[in-house]
Ligand binder design. Structure first.
Ligand code: MC0
Length: 149
């Protein structure tokens, strides 16, 4: 089951300046920053709240580190703004994806890839989701979670 909004992904040009905006304006204090080479991004997760399923809900800020990053392409076309939403599951993300694929929605990865803080992630094609790029997330087990950056 999908049990939480895991995060909302926002594309930005300057990660540090955008993190500072979110800290100053909204008072978020728990910030984790990491680079995901495979996805071509430097990202910040700003925790908004704990979710009832043991996971968390965050704002994710995404800055491209390469011109061929999906985020670079998005910024060039649309400018800064909401890039995707991510639903979290307390179960197996591949099982969630298989169930959704069975309804005719394109799943972008054959098997889950590495997401923020050691999570397992996959994406659903925005054209099959009413224009919304949608991510599915299985958080890392507590002991495997990457520590705060
Ligand atoms: C593209 N489209 C979008 C969109 N990106 N629609 C809504 N939201 C978005 N973010 C639309 C375009 O406007 C276009 O529509 C059509 O989809 C094809 O776009 P394209 O860019 O020409 O095509 P692709 O295939 O090059 O790229 C789109 C696709 C790609 C979604 C498949 O961006 C992708 O594989 N994304 C998944 C990975 C990702 O986004 N990684 C970055 C976040 P028209 O009408 O013009 O045809 S990494 C992350 O988030 C990780 C680290 C984490 O959470 O832990």
């Amino acid at each position: 089951m999908l049990t939480r909004i895991d995060h909302i992904g926002i594309a930005c040009h300057d990660l540090d300046a955008t993190v500072e905006f979110y800290r100053r304006t909204y008072g978020f204090t728990e910030v984790h920053i990491e680079v995901n080479e495979e996805q071509g991004v430097r990202e910040a997760m700003l925790k908004v709240n704990d979710a009832g399923d043991g996971g968390t809900t965050s704002i994710q800020l995404l800055e491209p580190i390469r011109d061929d990053s999906p985020i670079a392409k998005f910024l060039a076309r649309s400018g800064e703004g909401v890039h995707h939403i991510a639903f979290g599951t307390d179960g197996d993300v591949q099982e969630e994806a298989d169930g959704i694929a069975g309804q005719g929605v394109r799943v972008l990865y054959d098997s889950p890839r590495r997401g923020s803080m050691g999570s397992r992630i996959t994406f659903l094609h925005p054209k099959d989701c009413h224009g919304v790029l949608t991510e599915l997330v299985q958080a890392a087990e507590a002991g495997e979670r990457v520590s705060e950056g």
